[in-house]
Design a protein around this ligand. Structure first.
Ligand code: GLY
Length: 381
């Protein structure tokens, strides 16, 4: 059982391990609330799952991808986080931070009979989430997205879905964190965590030992390798390879298909994803796999066939045993996890940050905190 981890002072000194979205976002909220916040990042810059992600904010499309047919707590949390995203997009905009906010919906395409049946099922599931899906015939789908291939049979449009560029969001969060007095230190690899008096000590590979009242573990799959955190073996890696194309193809919505997803970034750039390679935690890419993704994308939008690949990369999605994120207190008092968001890290980032803020400040964190607590039933430590 997790021991309740509630620092007894109003504004704890917080160390956050990981400068991805799961680290920077709660760091900014806690610094804004008056905490002293120090973020540690192992690399020269955060290059983890957040940096690699496509940035789709897709509660219904991802639920369909996972095969959910009825609404779950994760779906409710996803919708709540999507609503927070809209507020945050306005806030970043007001601060002059471009995050490539594209609230233009998502179009799931079908090219055969079986695909059309699947769209009907996905449409019912999206309605059950309270969204307003529209099943379009081929003509309407191509009216909406004229770049779609002639062979498209139909599509499901989910207007509430959106996308952002996660790398721009990381930049925006770093600026916000700096504005509210938080500090990011890069090139610091954490080795272990230890109890120290009423607080915690963060032991780094460079020999530093840093004291904190609360520690937020937000290092994605790598969190499992930190001694004393209790996450060893609780996160599995699922690698995703991706590429970016230079193209003027006029695509407005995110387009999703079994072969690939297409995420327009504007300014002649399109991100294509992604493989799903369980058990792999490396960041290598291979030409054959990228070519397959590129061909898949070109089968959906033929104008992409000769588009130049401008970048390729891979990220590691951290997956917990039950597929739900681990958000909340771990067994060591003062230690919190914010990891295991698997395919939905970008979508769930603002809601997860708000939970971590509430837990660290000992405020009421509500039902989601119980649902995603690392010590929940069925997720043995
Ligand atoms: N959320 C999309 C992916 O993980 O590939």
């Amino acid at each position: 059982m997790a021991v309740s981890a509630k620092p007894s002072f109003a504004r704890p000194r917080v160390i956050v391990i990981g400068a991805g979205l799961m680290g920077l976002w709660p760091a900014a909220l806690l610094a804004e609330a008056g905490c002293t916040v120090h973020v540690l990042e192992a690399g020269a810059a955060a290059r983890g799952a957040s940096w690699a992600a496509a940035g789709m904010l897709a509660p219904a499309s991802e639920a369909a991808e996972a095969g959910h047919e009825s609404a779950s707590t994760l779906d409710d949390f996803s919708l709540h986080s999507l609503a927070l995203w809209r507020d945050w997009a306005a806030r970043f905009d007001a601060a002059g931070q471009d995050i490539c906010w594209r609230p233009f919906g998502a179009l799931q395409t079908a090219f055969g009979e079986a695909g059309m049946h699947q769209l009907q099922r996905n449409s019912r599931a999206a309605s059950a989430l309270g969204l307003t899906p529209q099943v379009l015939d081929a003509h309407k789908a191509r009216q909406m997205e004229p770049a779609l291939a002639d062979g498209v049979r139909g599509a499901l449009f989910i207007k509430e879905e959106a996308s952002v560029d996660p790398r721009l969001v990381l930049t925006a969060l770093r600026a916000l964190l700096a504005d509210v007095g938080g500090r990011v230190q890069t090139g610091v690899r954490v080795r272990a965590l230890a109890r120290s008096g009423r607080g915690l000590q963060v032991l780094c590979r460079n020999g530093d030992a840093l004291d904190a009242d609360a520690v937020v573990l937000a290092a994605g799959f790598a969190a499992g390798a930190i001694d004393g955190a209790g996450l060893a073996g609780r996160l599995a890696p699922v690698k995703g390879q991706m590429l970016a194309l230079q193209t003027e193809a006029p695509v407005r919505a995110v387009i999703r298909d079994a072969r690939a997803y297409l995420v327009p970034r504007g300014k002649g750039r399109m991100v294509i994803g992604a493989t799903s390679e369980p058990g792999l935690a490396d960041d290598g890419t291979d030409a054959r796999t990228l070519a397959r993704l590129h061909q898949g994308a070109a089968a959906i939008v033929p104008a992409l066939k000769d588009a130049k690949m401008t970048a390729c990369w891979a990220g590691v999605r951290p997956q917990s045993r039950d597929g739900l994120p681990l958000i909340g207190a771990l067994d060591v008092p003062g230690l919190y996890a914010n990891c295991g968001h698997y395919r939905n890290g970008v979508l769930l980032a603002p809601a997860s940050a708000a939970l971590i803020r509430a837990l660290v400040l000992d405020e009421d964190a509500g039902a989601f905190a119980r649902a995603f607590a690392p010590a929940r039933p069925g997720t043995p430590c």
